[in-house]
Design a protein around this ligand. Structure first.
Ligand code: FAD
Length: 352
């Protein structure tokens, strides 16, 4: 079902979140003839994969030896395409209400209304925002154009944007160290600043970073960035206070602070669902919540043994779709089929 009534979008399933798990849910639902609309706060699909690590390789997707966050997103989009999902980007789902025993209503901050018998919450960690260092005036230097590496960036969208830049990275975790190692070969200069000489990042990354320092290919300062300076919103310098008490002024083009992310669950917390520490409790046979017709898959859900892995979310999407079928088609019997052997499924996929 896919329709519109008095500006209300009616469909079989509304998926909140177009991250990898939401995207794969489109495929699993589509195989069972359920049409989906997806709503996401971001301006494009992929969730964390596209927003936080588009160019980093993922090594634990079954059958894919290595795939970057963006490549995985693109492949999931291609896989979902035969089922013609409708995307609504740059919108936050703000309300979820029960209409009757069959239907749920969703409202976005763009005042759209959706009605569907099945709602899939694939909202990951909610709306994630970088933790900003407490530096006066940092907002003015934040890069508006992500294809230009100049200025302050909290994530790397395009590696090449940082070619030939004087780069300062701050932080001691995996993101900071990974980007030091990935950007150093193309940067004009690379400096890492961290408040202590111990790092939370993978030991191999720390070893590689220290080797670059020993070879004079980059600089490490133990201390903190105390000030940013520039003209007309163009970043020019960073002032560093070292742990030893020195003050150093560095000429820089790009500043990348990696202080982690604040995951704000946002409105999901207000929808009356059974939560454990801001995660939605689900039944692992179906990934249904305690509200009939509402499912939660991916990083947003909670159950014994849960691991926040993409492959777990894919499994959850498949079981969710099989359970959701009976809500969308209460009078039909679901017949389990394999894509390899079912000509019916292959027809849906456009296989010739
Ligand atoms: C640096 C890094 C490396 C990683 N490496 C791996 C790895 O190697 N292997 C692996 O398996 N996993 C890895 N992960 C974890 C993996 O990215 C997550 O498990 C996965 O993204 C979860 O997918 P999801 O679809 O559940 O949620 P997300 O990817 O978080 O997507 C959720 C989407 O929902 C949207 N949203 C939230 N609330 C609302 C709302 N109210 N209205 C509208 N939209 C909303 C968000 O904008 C977001 O786009 C990594 C994570 C990070 C940060």
């Amino acid at each position: 079902m896919n329709g519109q009534k008095q500006n209300i979008i009616q469909t079989d399933v509304v998926i909140i979140g177009a991250g990898p798990c939401g995207l794969f849910a489109v495929f699993e639902l589509g195989l069972l003839d359920m049409q989906a609309h997806l709503i996401d706060i971001l301006d494009r699909p992929g969730g964390q994969c596209a927003e936080l690590y588009p160019e980093k390789p993922i090594y634990d997707i079954p059958g894919m030896v290595e795939v970057s966050g963006q490549e995985l997103t693109d492949l999931l989009m291609t896989q979902a395409a035969p089922f013609k999902p409708t995307f609504h980007f740059n919108r936050m789902v703000v309300a979820l209400e029960k209409i009757d025993d069959r239907l749920w209503r969703i409202t976005t901050d763009a005042q759209e209304i959706f009605e569907a018998p099945v709602i899939v919450i694939a909202a990951g960690g909610g709306s994630f925002q970088p933790k900003k260092p407490p530096l006066a005036g940092i907002d003015a230097f934040e890069a508006k154009d992500k294809t230009d590496g100049a200025g302050v960036h909290y994530a790397v969208r395009y590696v090449q944007a940082f070619a030939d830049k004087h780069i300062l990275i701050s932080g001691g975790g995996d993101s900071a160290l990974d980007w030091v190692l990935n950007l150093q070969p193309l940067a004009k200069s690379m400096t890492l600043v961290h408040r202590r000489d111990e790092f939370r990042a993978a030991p191999d990354s720390v070893r590689k970073m220290r080797a670059l320092v020993a070879e004079n290919k980059m600089t490490l300062h133990i201390g903190q960035v105390a000030d940013l300076k520039g003209e007309a919103n163009v970043l020019k310098q960073a002032v560093i206070k070292t742990k030893a008490g020195e003050t150093k002024t560095l000429a820089i083009d790009s500043f990348l602070p990696f202080f982690g992310l604040t995951m704000k669950l946002g409105p999901v917390a207000d929808w009356g669902l059974n939560l454990t520490e801001n995660l939605i409790n689900v039944d692992t046979a179906s990934f249904a919540t305690d509200q009939a017709g509402i499912y939660a898959i991916g990083d947003i859900n909670n159950y014994a043994g849960k691991r926040k892995l993409i492959l777990s979310g894919f499994h959850e999407a498949a079981l969710m779709a099989h359970d959701a079928f009976s809500r969308v088609y209460p009078d039909k019997k679901l017949i389990f089929q394999y894509t390899t052997s079912s000509t019916n499924l292959q027809k849906k996929l456009g296989v010739k």
